[in-house]
Design a protein around this ligand. Sequence first.
Ligand code: PEP
Ligand code: MN
Length: 345
Amino acid sequence: MIISMKLHATRGEIDAVCERIRDFGYKVHSIEGEERVVIGVVGTGDVTTCLESLEAMPQVENAVRISAPYKFVSREFRPGKSVIRVNGTDIGGDEFVMMAGPCSVESEKQILETAYAVARLGAKFLRGGAFKPRTSPYDFQGLEEAGLKLLRKAKQETGLGVITEVMSDRDVPMVAEYADILQIGARNMQNFALLKTLGKAGKPVMLKRGLSSTIKELLMSAEYVVAHGNPNVILCERGIRTFETATRNTCDIAAVAVLNELSHLPVILDPSHATGKRSLVPPLCRAGVAIGADGLIVECHPNPEKAMSDGAQSLSLQQFANMMNELQPYIALWKQARVHEAVVA
Ligand code: PEP
Ligand code: MN
C-alpha cells in the first residue's frame, strides 16, 4: 500500500497515520518531500480493512493498494525520478552520465591511460573489474584488491568516480572502501544474501539485469537492496539471453523505457555486454540516449586486441573519442527533453 498525506500535513498527523498502520502489523517507510509526505506500507496483513481505516482519516489524501510486488522502487511510491549524487555527479538528474573503462583492471599503465583518456572525453566514472565473474575457472579472475588500489590511484589522479563489481557478500566492506558505486553483475542479480548486505553497504549500487531475468525480477532485486536500507540503486540493462546468436546478448532497448515507466530509479544502458561487438556499441549508445537512459557504461581499452577479457566488445580509446564526438548532438537533444520533462512535471 502507498499512502499519500494531504499537502502540509503536520508531524502529529503523519505520526497518527503511521501508528494506525503499525496497529495493523505493518512496517512504515516514509518519503518526506517539501510539501507532501508519502508513506510506503510493507508487510502482510488485512489490506482491505487497513485501507478502509486509513481512508477514513481526514489527513490522508489517498490510500492505494499497489499491484506490483515492488513498492519502494515503483513510480507510485515516488512519482519524480530519483537523483543519486555520487562523487559530485548527479545520476538520474539533468546530466547524461558516461561511465567508461576496461572490462578488467589489468595493470597500472592500462588503467591510468584509460582513465586519463575517458576523463578528458567527458566520462564521469571509470569502470573496471577487479573481481571478474568468468564462465571458465581457467580465465583471468581479476587482480582483486591490487586492482581496487589501481582504481583508487586512477581516481586520485583524474577525479573520476569509480564503479567496480563486487561478487560476494564477504567482499562488500572491502570493495566499498575503494568504490564510489558497487556494481552487481548479471550473474549475481538474484544473489539475495549479497543484495541484503548491499542494503548496509553505505555506497550506491548499480544492479545489472540477470542473463535471463524479467524486468519484474530486476525490480524485485532492486527492492531487496532498498528494503534493506539502501535507497541508492541504479538499474542497468545489459542484454538478455534469447535465441538470437548474431549478438552476444539481445539488447532489450525497450527495457530502458519500461523501467523508466515503472520505476523512479536511474537507468543505465550497457551496449558493450548487450551486443558483444565493438562495431555495434556506437549505434546502441545513440539508441540509449534517444530512449531516455540516464547514462551509458561502455567498455574501452588502450589495446583491445590484447585485453584480458571482453576485447571484442571494447572500443579503442580513439574509437571511444570518436563515439563521444558523434554522441554530442544526441546528448544535446536529451538535455532539452529532460528540461522539458521537469517543466511538465
Ligand atoms: C562487466 O561489466 O564486465 C560484466 C561482467 O558485466 P555483466 O555482469 O553484465 O555480464
Ligand atoms: Mn566485461
